[in-house]
Design a protein around this ligand. Structure first.
Ligand code: GP9
Ligand code: MN
Length: 707
């Protein structure tokens, strides 16, 4: 220790002398400084290669993911990442010099792999990965094919250049015999590098705004955090957030409870509104179709006069059809949509409700219907453990999950049993259930229209996505058909073919329901669970195809439709509809008020006669024109505005003037809602609230008896 103190003092002396000399002769001192720096770099070449290559990777990652040049050159993530890299690098001076290369190499591999994983993950989820997802990794492995085919690109492996560069420099130095392999540690260098890290961190910390601090603490908007704090600080914060559920009882409980009580104190215990839909479906069966990756823009879309989804199109015309409906999923995709639909809560900001918070108490549609004498079940031909459904469905109140082992896998499409076979076999189970005479609530989870929308086992859909035109041949004067490739060979093209197949399966299911008299006294609901994560460039091609060049129209072309981030998000809408004999004969209509998955429970509750005090959504027939859909990343949409929290900017949807107060009020509401939902789930507050109520009821009862 004394030795280090002496070294530090020596360094201070040199520094003071340098500045004194600098005043006297700046030019000379500047040259000395450059030579000195060169010397430092030369003597610590491995360390510098490590720092520069890893730092460059972080910039590259931000560029390839967030895609905004200004973000790449933004100083905050740069210095935040530099601080972390310097801290890691500093320890290379605390290991013996002969082990320095091994230490730096391992660090570089780990830090580069973090970039590889995030680059890959971003393509799939448009978000950054989370350590809490380790718990869900087996589901990612199960859709592994989909990931390899769709997601892993050469670009993702680019980051590995850092360890390669390090190995290269190491062998070069070794060859030139310039490598020092002494048995010593260099505390002075360690402290100097640590000092550099502190300065870098200070540059970020001292310039933080309250908004940045707030968002860092919440960690919903992962893009924003990476953009402001860099990828490594993001992951450190994520690590802390991920272990939070395990230590929840230690931190933040009181604040969470207060937030929860403030929000719910004015919410009535019983439904306190009525409209023309109140109770119209009381006692009827519910068949709920979870339409995998089905997006709303498919409805009515045609290729050469052929509809992509003819059965869905027909159904829409006979239903109450919600044409402005958004899914609100986070990284739990299918499971998040089931969760939000059944509980009217938001997905969590860490991990997924189905996997990390399955053991909390929820008020959910199956549970409430069970109390009304319904038999509640779900059918899905994948493994029951996928997304932890076999466990979580029980928490939601389902009586039974019919899963892979209940089906004969006689035809495989994509991830598993084909939707056609799934529905065929499900109808047999359903006939038996309906025969029991008690009302039922059944969720049918489709699978075939799952990314990558293609199949190793051959074609299962011959839907044509080319463009065909009849032209008169000037030479022969005869009519001829010309085919342009259009969407053929694109991912979106594959998606159309796959969606067409799913629609055929749906058509067969609907026909079987009618044939077996299963639609009598039954209401069918259908929802797209989330979008198909399709490339933006493919949408641009779809709406701007130039058959002359087999490319895309010029941006200056008056017919050019720009698919920017807002349009992309709007295209992610999914269908939601309610269909029954009554909707076919008289109730049919299109509702274009903006609506989210969390509005399903309150809306159905009003129709079927159940109510959940903790629902965060609204009965859509009660809100009129004024609804808001909040997304897990803090974005929100109303009928007037689509707000992007990451950019802190918005798109006006109606020609009305938008006041700044409107934006801030809606943003505050979105933040409050996400906070309440997250606190409720993580701290199991419904259970705590019920326990408290029970205790005070007992207390009152006891007092009454004693008095
Ligand atoms: C898996 C299926 C797909 O059983 O529901 O899940 P996803 O990958 O869409 O979340
Ligand atoms: Mn899904």
């Amino acid at each position: 220790m004394k030795k280090v103190q002496k070294q530090v003092k020596e360094f201070q002396k040199q520094l003071i002398k340098f500045f004194k000399d600098f005043k006297k002769n700046p030019k000379k001192q500047f040259t000395t400084l450059i030579t000195w720096m060169k010397e430092i770099v030369k003597n610590n070449l491995l360390f510098f290669v490590f720092v520069i290559s890893v730092l460059f990777n972080t910039v590259l990652l931000r560029y390839f993911t967030i895609h905004m040049v200004e973000n790449v050159f933004f100083y905050k993530p740069f210095f935040a990442d530099l601080a972390v890299i310097l801290v890691v690098g500093a320890f290379s001076f605390l290991v013996k010099e002969k082990h320095q290369f091994a230490y730096l190499l391992v660090s570089s591999i780990i830090l580069s792999l973090i970039c590889v994983i995030n680059s890959c993950y971003y393509t799939f989820y448009t978000s950054f990965s989370s350590i809490s997802l380790l718990a869900t990794s087996r589901y990612v492995v199960a859709v592994g094919d989909a990931i390899v085919e769709n997601v892993l690109r050469i670009q993702d492996l680019l980051y590995l250049w850092s360890p390669i560069a390090l190995i290269y420099v190491y062998y070069k130095l070794k060859k030139k015999k310039k490598l020092k392999r002494r048995n010593i540690r260099d505390q002075r260098k360690f402290l100097a590098v640590l000092g550099g890290a502190i300065v870098s961190a200070a540059i970020v910390i001292l310039t933080l705004t309250t908004l940045e601090i707030g968002r860092f603490a919440k960690q919903w908007n992962r893009e924003y955090i990476v953009m402001r704090f860099g990828i490594y600080t993001y992951h450190l914060n994520d690590l802390v957030k991920s272990i939070e559920p395990q230590i929840t009882t230690l931190f933040g409980y009181d604040e969470a409870m207060k937030r929860f009580q403030d929000y719910y104190q004015d919410v009535p215990e019983e439904q306190d509104w009525k409209n023309r839909y109140t109770g119209i479906f009381e006692g009827k069966n519910i068949i709920s179709i979870h339409a995998e990756s089905m997006q709303n823009f498919l409805i009515g879309l045609k290729f050469n006069g052929e509809e992509v989804t003819p059965n869905l199109n027909k159904l829409v015309k006979k239903s109450i059809y919600f044409s402005n409906f958004y899914s609100q999923v986070s990284v739990g995709t299918s499971s998040d949509s089931e969760f939000t639909l059944n509980t009217s809560l938001m997905p969590t900001n860490n991990g997924t409700a189905f996997v990390s918070y399955f053991n909390r108490e929820y008020v959910a549609i199956p549970k409430l219907l069970k109390e009304k004498g319904y038999y509640t079940f779900a059918m899905h031909a994948n493994n029951g453990s996928f997304w932890n459904r076999d466990v979580m469905h029980k928490s939601l109140g389902y009586d039974r999950l019919y899963s892979k082992s209940d089906y004969t896998i006689d035809e495989v499409v994509g991830l598993g049993l084909s939707d056609k076979s799934f529905f065929r076999q499900s109808v047999d189970y359903l006939k038996e259930i309906a025969g029991r005479g008690e009302p039922y609530y059944g969720t049918f989870i489709m699978l075939s229209n799952h990314t990558p929308f293609s199949d190793k086992n051959g074609d299962y859909s011959d839907f044509d996505v080319t463009l065909k035109e009849t032209v008169v041949n000037p030479e022969t004067g005869r009519e001829e058909e010309v085919t342009y490739p259009y969407m053929e060979g694109t991912k979106l093209g594959k998606y159309f073919k796959s969606a067409h197949y799913a629609d055929e399966a749906l058509g067969e299911f609907l026909a079987a329901l009618e044939e077996n008299d299963l639609m009598k006294n039954t209401v069918l609901i259908l929802y797209g669970d989330h979008d198909g994560r399709l490339p933006k460039a493919d949408y641009t091609r779809l709406y701007n195809y130039d058959k002359e060049t087999d490319g895309v129209l010029d941006k200056d072309d008056p017919a050019y439709i720009n698919i920017d981030t807002y349009q992309y998000d709007i295209l992610r809408k999914v269908p939601f509809l309610i269909y029954s004999d009554e909707t076919e004969s008289k109730l049919h209509k299109e509702v274009d008020t903006v609506m989210g998955m969390y509005d399903v429970m309150p809306t159905l509750g009003n129709m079927f006669g159940f109510y959940n005090k903790y629902q965060l959504g609204k009965d859509i027939f009660q809100v009129k024109d004024d609804n808001i859909v909040v997304f897990p990343n803090g974005n929100w949409v109303t009928n007037k505005v689509f707000y992007n929290a990451q950019k802190a900017a918005y798109l006006t949807l109606k020609d009305s003037e938008i006041k700044e107060e409107y934006i801030s009020e809606c943003s505050d509401y979105a933040e409050k809602l996400l906070n309440v939902s997250n606190s409720l789930i993580v701290f199991d507050l419904i259970k705590k609230e019920e326990e408290q109520k029970m205790n005070s009821d007992d207390y009152i009862e006891e007092r009454v008896i004693n008095e």
